[in-house]
Design a protein around this ligand. Structure first.
Ligand SMILES: Nc1ncnc2c1ncn2[C@@H]1O[C@H](COP(=O)(O)OP(=O)(O)O)[C@@H](O)[C@H]1O
Ligand SMILES: [Mg+2]
Length: 215
């Protein structure tokens, strides 16, 4: 922030196990986004080390980082970040059309159809994002995050722009995918109703881990 250094995270040390349903909880400004972006290989920490699947992030070059983000990690954002000019179907398909590992068109279509059914939007293939409610848009974003079959999904306050009924639906969807496919989910929230559904909760305050709960 200009010349003023802000320490967003300080002395964080934690392990996240494969297959966990993890919540990063804490008030606004506590460092949730910074931590999720570091875990998701979007930001690099100024100190310390991060290992994802046993590989040290600092040892990966830009191309390797991009590849890992693309093939290994799915992202869901608070404001959905769907591309407005593309249809629902095209938004979900997009990650399959970029990158080197191109699978067959028929295979892609079946994966997109399967996921849109999973998120309850099988009748919305040809709609544009603006023709959907917030909850529906977030479910499209979840389908998009899952289309490459990532091992980890990182969701930064995925329910913050949703009413409680839609927030609950989005969370239940993530939970059922976690249970059925073993995908690791890491989602941030400041809402107790949301974090209590996680089996590993990391409470952040002022860039520090205030408390950790596993159940
Ligand atoms: N681009 C930035 N430049 C400087 N400070 C930032 C920037 N982004 C976030 N911060 C600061 O880092 C801290 C953590 O922010 P953030 O990770 O966004 O928290 P949260 O997601 O929990 O609201 C806050 O003190 C915030 O003001
Ligand atoms: Mg944030």
């Amino acid at each position: 922030m200009g010349k003023l250094a802000v320490e967003a995270l300080r002395g964080i040390s934690l392990d996240i196990s494969a297959g966990d349903f993890v919540s990063v909880a804490g008030p606004s400004g506590s460092g949730k986004t910074t931590m999720m972006n570091i875990i998701g290989l979007i930001d690099t920490p100024t100190g310390g080390t991060l290992k994802v699947d046993g590989r040290e992030a600092a040892s990966l070059n830009r191309r390797e980082l991009a590849r890992m983000r693309r093939e290994y990690i799915g992202f869901v954002f608070q404001s959905f970040n769907l591309l407005p000019v593309l249809t629902v179907f095209e938004n979900v398909e997009l990650p399959l059309t970029i990158g080197k590992k191109k699978s067959g068109r028929k295979e892609n279509r079946e994966r997109v159809e399967y996921l849109l059914k999973e998120v309850g939007l099988e009748d919305r293939h040809h709609h544009k994002p603006t023709e959907l409610s917030g909850g529906q848009q977030q479910r499209v974003a979840i389908a998009r995050a899952l289309v490459t079959q990532p091992r980890i999904v990182i969701a930064d306050e995925p329910t913050a722009n949703l009413d409680s009924a839609n927030g609950e639906r989005v969370l239940e969807l993530m939970k059922s995918i976690n249970r059925e496919e073993g995908t690791t989910f890491i989602f941030s929230t400041h809402d107790p109703d949301i974090w209590k559904l996680a089996n590993h909760v990391i409470f952040l305050r002022d860039g520090l881990i205030e408390m950790e709960q596993r159940r």
